[in-house]
Design a protein around this ligand. Structure first.
Ligand code: YH5
Length: 275
């Protein structure tokens, strides 16, 4: 059975792992706002661990379509205190960033996984991660988050996403990253129409086999589920997200990135007991 080397930790993929999302967003008040947002993120993280999260994914920049960009040092000041506070929890910590400077600061703070929606394309990112013991998730996207949903286009979305992930995987290995440290992610919602997303989802078993690497899948509360379930409000997409997480698990996903950890963990337990 394959395994994932993940900083201080090592996983075997005998069951799908659940990665819980922790957003470190600044408070609207500048006085003490940073202290408040750190405290809130730490509380959220502790709750997700109690809910059964295997990994915590900490992000200081929103990559939702249309979100504003955050400067390097602001993102570092948001996430590093949270990572430091969570070190003693003894749970694998992931940093959700596409910036080399943030990766460096997070690795210095002891992060176990680098989750990069830009697949280490930023200058110096490949080398920084290669020099560490952290695992890395390489994700596909088309365009930049700000304008990526304006006109996504592919001749063959499954073939193109597969080819890109294979190329980034090979570059990572050539830079010195042990294949056992790699996760690959087709990047649901990142420069993809509803039809692109559904075609990719149906192709997951083949993609996992073709790439020969564990897949991380992130569909939690995303717009495609809102469309399918008729739920325009993201917080009302919990059941849709649990259904999609379970289907991703059945399609062979190694890691599922979710907001609703407790609900997802229960569903996976039922599947494992009955399959
Ligand atoms: C991902 O798929 N996604 S941030 C829009 C939403 C809901 C959720 C309401 N980071 C991924 O979660 N990292 C993000 O509409 C990620 N894979 C990996 N590896 C976007 C997000 C979201 C966006």
């Amino acid at each position: 059975m394959s395994e994932l080397l993940c900083g201080r930790f090592r996983f075997t993929f005998d069951r799908p792992l659940v990665m819980g999302i922790v957003n470190v967003t600044p408070d609207s008040f500048s006085d003490g706002g940073r202290y408040d947002s750190v405290a809130k993120a730490v509380m959220q993280a502790e709750r997700l661990v109690n809910d059964g999260a295997d990994i915590l994914d900490i992000g200081g920049e929103s990559t939702r379509p249309g979100a504003v960009r955050v400067p390097d040092d602001e993102e570092i000041h948001r996430v590093v205190p949270v990572l430091q506070a969570l070190q003693s929890l003894n749970v694998p910590l992931s940093i959700d960033t596409c910036k080399t400077a943030v990766m460096r600061a997070a690795l210095d703070a002891g992060v176990d996984l680098v989750n990069d929606i830009a697949a280490l394309e930023d200058d110096g990112a490949l080398a920084i991660v290669a020099q560490s013991r952290a695992a890395v998730c390489l994700m596909h996207k088309q365009g930049e988050p700000r304008g990526m949903q304006s006109a996504p286009y592919y001749d063959d979305v499954v073939a193109e996403v597969g080819a890109y992930l294979a190329e980034r995987r090979d570059l990572g290995v050539a830079a010195g990253i042990d294949p056992c440290r790699l996760l690959l992610d087709p990047g649901f919602g990142f420069g993809k129409t509803f039809e692109h997303n559904t075609a990719l989802f149906r192709a997951l078993p083949g993609l996992a086999e073709q790439l020969g690497a564990p897949l991380l899948i992130g569909v939690s509360r995303k717009a495609m589920l809102g469309t399918m379930a008729g739920r325009p409000v993201p917080s009302e997409r919990v059941s849709a997200s649990v259904a999609a997480a379970l289907l991703a698990a059945q399609a062979g996903a190694a890691v599922i990135r979710v907001h609703d950890v407790r609900e997802t963990v229960d569903a996976i337990k039922v599947w494992l007991a009955l399959k």
